[in-house]
Design a protein. Sequence first.
Length: 393
Amino acid sequence: MASIRERARGALLGLAVGDALGAPAENLKPSEIRARWGRITGYVTDRPAGTDDTEYTVFSGLLLARHGAALTPALVEAAWHEWIADLPEGPFRGAGFSERGTLENLRRGLAAPISAQHRHAWSDGLAMRAAPFGVFAAGRPAEAARLVAIDGSVSHDGEGIHGGQAVAAGVAAAMAGAPPAAVIAAALTVVPDDSWTARSLRRAVTAAHRGERAVRYAVVIGGYPWTDLAPEAVALAFGAYAAADGDFREAVLTAVNMGRDADTTAAVAGALAGATQGVSAIPAEWAAPVGACRGSCLPAMRGRHVLEIADLLVEAAGAREGAAEEARAPRAAAGPKAPAGLGPAGGPETAPALTALLPAGPAQAEAATDGPLSAGRRPLAGPQPLADAEARS
């Protein structure tokens, strides 16, 4: 069984590999991918590299390693100023729409959560950088979801936050050795049942056994002009992960060949599968070209490597657990020891939770979580998937 460090390295290197594999297919339809390359089975560029997905993951990982569970919106906002907003930009001008809107708001002097009030607060920009929170909070999906929401409060709102929480919780469950069905269930547990994110995720994993086309048909919003919707991208990534039953190679290639926001969907699928199987599951020919960040999006991240970030997060989580054990020691001497958590970074708060999240398969996960709406809450289904030529292509 893979160790925590091997899973942490698998999660973040898997994210970077998925990002680099998916970048050439970003914003393409499957038919366009087939016309250019046939089925993508490896790198299709001479110099594969991560995009903003990898560089923002490094940014969030460094921030989390610095502050751990004490992270606050004010600390996140200060880091955006220190490492991004107050520095000269790279050629990508701060990355995607959600990041661009956030930077403009921060530079105007707006603070969180007002800085997240822009037109793309429901983008997948938080989901793409959510994996470090699952690595840090291994075995504690609820804590991973709490921390990533703090990170996202500067740049995202609503469904954008839900997407990040689903990814962080899924990675946290996978880091503790949970099987794919429990990883998916953990992701669904931390987002509202009636949210667009939850509905899309359930549709995707229920369709997963029918393959890529069925997953796309279930969740793609073909009439929307952009492909970076968090509920769609996160659902496609989990659908790819479910279709592959957690296998790294198949999960990433499924995400890549579905197109849409392929760098992000493949990065998320790679993080989930990498945490599930560990770093040894990543093909050597895919891992070797992944070097240190080039800083093409975030100049301050130049020279940082995702494996360095994985190790920092494991050390930070270990230091936290050591401090917690020391604090619990006097109480333990006075009575029975509290039940152990799931994994070195786990704790009593979630030991029973992951054990309960063991449905027999995606369809059962849907049935188990799609209960009545809570009182006073209205469905937030979002646009429905379109049965159009784009979704089927």
